[in-house]
Design a protein around this ligand. Sequence first.
Ligand code: UP5
Ligand code: MG
Length: 196
Amino acid sequence: WSPDKVTVIFVLGGPGAGKGTQCVKLVSDYGFKHLSAGDLLREEQDRPGSEFGEMIKTYIKEGTIVPMEVTIQLLENAMKAAMEKENKSMFLIDGFPRKLDQAHAFERSVVPSKFTLFFDAPEDVMLKRLLHRGETSGRADDNIESIKKRFKTFVDTSMPVVNEFESQGRVVKVNAVQEPDQVYRDVQEKIKAWGI
Ligand code: UP5
Ligand code: MG
């Protein structure tokens, strides 16, 4: 992987901040390949014969972070496939890295990210969104018990990643409380400064 050939943007934010929603918009306007680490883990969990299925299920329900070897392998495989089959070179990596060691390992062994798009929203806003989505999503972690655990993991383990990138001047922070189209307008405006 060479940063001259591949552009990676990490998309971070608390559970329910709107990462997936905004990635869909970016895909249709900029031609990114959207890879949600959570979606890749849920797919692997459901793949018949997966040796990791049970483990992933437990981590997701408990709102804790799946060991990075699994997630990084899934991301690399998906990146390779998108490059070879869809000729993609620009990636939105959504919901990863969630822990400092994952950030360091990915940037060392795969490719450094260009910057991180960080969606900022308070817990009460995210809680409301997730409980509402939980009425129809079927996601095993869209219930109050799991949501509280996801929030705690986000604050304790994932925010340090955002803070480290921020200290390196590599974070684009967007107010995610606004309605989705306004959030997206802010995103578009702010990523221009990064040549996107
Ligand atoms: N919505 C979105 N934007 C809105 C807005 N501006 N105004 C009003 N409503 C808005 O949105 C959530 C809901 O809010 C939707 O109903 C949407 O319509 C509405 P969404 O875009 O889905 O938010 P998103 O930030 O993507 O929320 P998600 O629940 O996917 O975030 P998580 O970070 O919790 O979930 P993820 O799938 O990334 O991870 C799940 C679990 O997988 C983790 O808890 C962890 O156990 C595991 N995991 C790992 O172990 N390692 C990884 O690297 C990644 C995941
Ligand atoms: Mg998501």
